[in-house]
Write a protein that binds this ligand. Structure first.
Ligand SMILES: CC(C)(COP(=O)(O)OP(=O)(O)OC[C@H]1O[C@@H](n2cnc3c(N)ncnc32)[C@H](O)[C@@H]1OP(=O)(O)O)[C@@H](O)C(=O)NCCC(=O)NCCS
Length: 156
Protein backbone atom coordinates (compact mmCIF):
# COMPACT_ATOMS: atom_id res chain seq x y z
CA UNK A 1 0.00 0.00 0.00
CA UNK A 2 2.12 2.87 -1.26
CA UNK A 3 -0.63 5.32 -0.26
CA UNK A 4 0.75 5.17 3.26
CA UNK A 5 3.58 7.50 4.25
CA UNK A 6 5.26 8.61 7.45
CA UNK A 7 6.20 12.27 7.80
CA UNK A 8 8.23 13.83 10.57
CA UNK A 9 5.88 15.40 13.13
CA UNK A 10 5.95 19.19 13.33
CA UNK A 11 4.39 21.68 15.72
CA UNK A 12 1.46 22.19 13.27
CA UNK A 13 0.37 18.59 13.92
CA UNK A 14 0.03 19.08 17.68
CA UNK A 15 -3.75 19.61 17.72
CA UNK A 16 -4.46 16.54 15.60
CA UNK A 17 -2.21 14.29 17.68
CA UNK A 18 -4.06 15.61 20.74
CA UNK A 19 -7.50 14.91 19.26
CA UNK A 20 -6.53 11.37 18.16
CA UNK A 21 -5.06 10.65 21.60
CA UNK A 22 -8.34 11.60 23.27
CA UNK A 23 -10.65 9.56 21.04
CA UNK A 24 -12.87 7.23 23.07
CA UNK A 25 -11.56 4.04 21.48
CA UNK A 26 -7.90 5.05 21.94
CA UNK A 27 -7.98 6.26 25.58
CA UNK A 28 -8.38 2.74 27.07
CA UNK A 29 -5.19 1.55 25.34
CA UNK A 30 -3.00 4.43 26.43
CA UNK A 31 -0.87 4.14 29.57
CA UNK A 32 -2.81 6.70 31.66
CA UNK A 33 -6.30 5.71 30.38
CA UNK A 34 -7.49 9.28 30.80
CA UNK A 35 -8.29 12.13 28.50
CA UNK A 36 -5.55 14.73 28.66
CA UNK A 37 -5.79 18.54 28.54
CA UNK A 38 -4.51 20.37 25.47
CA UNK A 39 -2.10 22.54 27.51
CA UNK A 40 -0.47 19.45 29.05
CA UNK A 41 -0.39 17.68 25.70
CA UNK A 42 1.17 20.67 23.94
CA UNK A 43 4.00 21.01 26.49
CA UNK A 44 4.72 17.30 26.13
CA UNK A 45 4.46 17.50 22.32
CA UNK A 46 6.91 20.41 21.98
CA UNK A 47 9.49 18.40 23.92
CA UNK A 48 8.77 15.20 22.02
CA UNK A 49 9.40 16.73 18.58
CA UNK A 50 12.74 18.24 19.66
CA UNK A 51 14.00 15.39 21.86
CA UNK A 52 16.92 13.52 20.28
CA UNK A 53 15.72 10.34 22.02
CA UNK A 54 12.31 10.53 20.37
CA UNK A 55 11.13 10.09 16.79
CA UNK A 56 7.55 11.06 16.16
CA UNK A 57 5.88 10.53 12.81
CA UNK A 58 2.50 11.44 11.41
CA UNK A 59 0.90 8.60 9.46
CA UNK A 60 -0.60 9.79 6.18
CA UNK A 61 -3.02 7.83 4.04
CA UNK A 62 -3.63 9.12 0.54
CA UNK A 63 -2.37 12.54 1.65
CA UNK A 64 -4.60 12.67 4.73
CA UNK A 65 -3.13 12.71 8.26
CA UNK A 66 -4.64 9.75 10.10
CA UNK A 67 -2.48 8.89 13.11
CA UNK A 68 0.85 8.95 14.88
CA UNK A 69 3.68 6.53 15.55
CA UNK A 70 6.32 7.37 18.11
CA UNK A 71 9.63 5.82 19.17
CA UNK A 72 11.32 6.65 22.44
CA UNK A 73 14.74 5.37 23.34
CA UNK A 74 14.31 3.61 26.68
CA UNK A 75 17.74 3.50 28.28
CA UNK A 76 16.55 0.96 30.84
CA UNK A 77 16.23 -1.47 27.90
CA UNK A 78 19.56 -0.62 26.28
CA UNK A 79 21.09 2.36 24.47
CA UNK A 80 19.63 1.44 21.10
CA UNK A 81 16.22 0.06 22.06
CA UNK A 82 13.16 2.17 21.30
CA UNK A 83 9.69 1.69 22.69
CA UNK A 84 6.96 2.28 20.12
CA UNK A 85 3.49 3.68 20.64
CA UNK A 86 0.94 4.34 17.94
CA UNK A 87 -2.65 5.18 17.29
CA UNK A 88 -4.78 5.67 14.22
CA UNK A 89 -7.90 7.79 14.18
CA UNK A 90 -10.94 5.59 14.82
CA UNK A 91 -12.63 5.90 11.43
CA UNK A 92 -9.42 4.78 9.70
CA UNK A 93 -8.73 1.74 11.88
CA UNK A 94 -9.04 -1.78 10.53
CA UNK A 95 -8.06 -0.82 6.94
CA UNK A 96 -4.52 -2.18 7.05
CA UNK A 97 -2.94 1.24 7.62
CA UNK A 98 -1.51 0.43 11.07
CA UNK A 99 0.29 -2.70 9.87
CA UNK A 100 1.98 -0.89 6.98
CA UNK A 101 2.85 2.17 9.10
CA UNK A 102 4.31 -0.08 11.79
CA UNK A 103 6.58 -1.77 9.25
CA UNK A 104 7.59 1.53 7.61
CA UNK A 105 8.44 2.99 11.01
CA UNK A 106 10.54 -0.02 11.91
CA UNK A 107 12.51 0.24 8.66
CA UNK A 108 12.99 3.97 9.23
CA UNK A 109 14.32 3.81 12.80
CA UNK A 110 16.67 0.97 11.89
CA UNK A 111 17.92 2.51 8.62
CA UNK A 112 18.54 5.86 10.32
CA UNK A 113 20.34 4.03 13.15
CA UNK A 114 18.05 5.66 15.71
CA UNK A 115 17.44 2.21 17.17
CA UNK A 116 18.63 -1.35 16.63
CA UNK A 117 15.62 -2.94 18.31
CA UNK A 118 12.06 -1.89 18.90
CA UNK A 119 9.92 -2.95 21.82
CA UNK A 120 6.15 -2.86 21.94
CA UNK A 121 3.86 -3.39 24.90
CA UNK A 122 0.36 -4.47 24.07
CA UNK A 123 -2.74 -5.80 25.80
CA UNK A 124 -3.14 -9.50 25.08
CA UNK A 125 -6.71 -9.00 23.92
CA UNK A 126 -5.37 -7.34 20.76
CA UNK A 127 -4.79 -10.70 19.10
CA UNK A 128 -5.15 -9.51 15.50
CA UNK A 129 -2.74 -6.67 16.09
CA UNK A 130 -0.23 -8.98 17.83
CA UNK A 131 -0.42 -11.35 14.83
CA UNK A 132 0.35 -8.44 12.49
CA UNK A 133 3.49 -7.62 14.45
CA UNK A 134 4.54 -11.28 14.56
CA UNK A 135 4.11 -11.50 10.77
CA UNK A 136 6.93 -8.97 10.36
CA UNK A 137 9.21 -10.80 12.76
CA UNK A 138 8.37 -9.45 16.21
CA UNK A 139 8.90 -12.04 18.96
CA UNK A 140 7.16 -12.36 22.30
CA UNK A 141 9.59 -11.70 25.12
CA UNK A 142 7.45 -11.89 28.25
CA UNK A 143 5.10 -9.66 30.18
CA UNK A 144 5.33 -6.36 31.97
CA UNK A 145 3.03 -4.24 34.11
CA UNK A 146 1.97 -0.83 32.89
CA UNK A 147 0.05 1.19 35.49
CA UNK A 148 -0.76 -2.09 37.25
CA UNK A 149 -1.97 -3.85 34.10
CA UNK A 150 -0.34 -6.87 32.54
CA UNK A 151 0.89 -6.32 29.00
CA UNK A 152 2.61 -8.56 26.51
CA UNK A 153 6.07 -7.44 25.41
CA UNK A 154 7.28 -8.03 21.85
CA UNK A 155 10.66 -7.20 20.38
CA UNK A 156 11.57 -6.75 16.75
C1 LIG B 1 -3.86 -0.95 17.04
C2 LIG B 1 -3.91 -0.08 15.77
C3 LIG B 1 -2.67 0.82 15.73
C4 LIG B 1 -3.89 -1.01 14.55
O1 LIG B 1 -3.92 -0.26 13.36
P1 LIG B 1 -5.02 -0.59 12.25
O2 LIG B 1 -4.73 0.24 11.06
O3 LIG B 1 -6.35 -0.47 12.83
O4 LIG B 1 -4.64 -2.11 12.02
P2 LIG B 1 -4.75 -2.94 10.65
O5 LIG B 1 -5.96 -2.51 9.91
O6 LIG B 1 -3.42 -2.88 9.98
O7 LIG B 1 -5.01 -4.39 11.20
C5 LIG B 1 -4.02 -5.13 11.89
C6 LIG B 1 -4.67 -6.04 12.87
O8 LIG B 1 -5.16 -5.30 13.97
C7 LIG B 1 -6.53 -5.69 14.22
N1 LIG B 1 -7.28 -4.46 14.53
C8 LIG B 1 -7.66 -3.51 13.68
N2 LIG B 1 -8.32 -2.55 14.33
C9 LIG B 1 -8.34 -2.91 15.62
C10 LIG B 1 -8.87 -2.33 16.78
N3 LIG B 1 -9.54 -1.16 16.77
N4 LIG B 1 -8.72 -2.98 17.96
C11 LIG B 1 -8.06 -4.16 17.99
N5 LIG B 1 -7.53 -4.75 16.92
C12 LIG B 1 -7.67 -4.12 15.74
C13 LIG B 1 -7.08 -6.32 13.01
O9 LIG B 1 -7.90 -7.37 13.42
C14 LIG B 1 -5.86 -6.78 12.25
O10 LIG B 1 -5.64 -8.15 12.42
P3 LIG B 1 -6.33 -9.27 11.49
O11 LIG B 1 -6.97 -8.53 10.35
O12 LIG B 1 -5.20 -10.15 11.10
O13 LIG B 1 -7.31 -9.91 12.40
C15 LIG B 1 -5.19 0.80 15.69
O14 LIG B 1 -6.31 -0.03 15.64
C16 LIG B 1 -5.32 1.78 16.84
O15 LIG B 1 -4.81 2.88 16.76
N6 LIG B 1 -6.03 1.38 17.91
C17 LIG B 1 -6.24 2.24 19.06
C18 LIG B 1 -4.96 2.59 19.78
C19 LIG B 1 -4.16 1.37 20.21
O16 LIG B 1 -4.67 0.33 20.52
N7 LIG B 1 -2.85 1.57 20.27
C20 LIG B 1 -1.96 0.58 20.85
C21 LIG B 1 -1.25 -0.24 19.85
S1 LIG B 1 0.03 -1.20 20.68
Amino acid sequence: MSKIKLVKAKIKHSKKVFLWRNEPNTIPWMASKQAIKFEDHNEWYKKAITDSNCMLFIICYDGEEVGQIRYNIDKTLGKKVARVSMNITEEMQGKGIGSVAFELGLQNVKASKFAEKVQVRVHEVKEGWIRSMEKIGFKRSGFTKVHGERQLVLIG
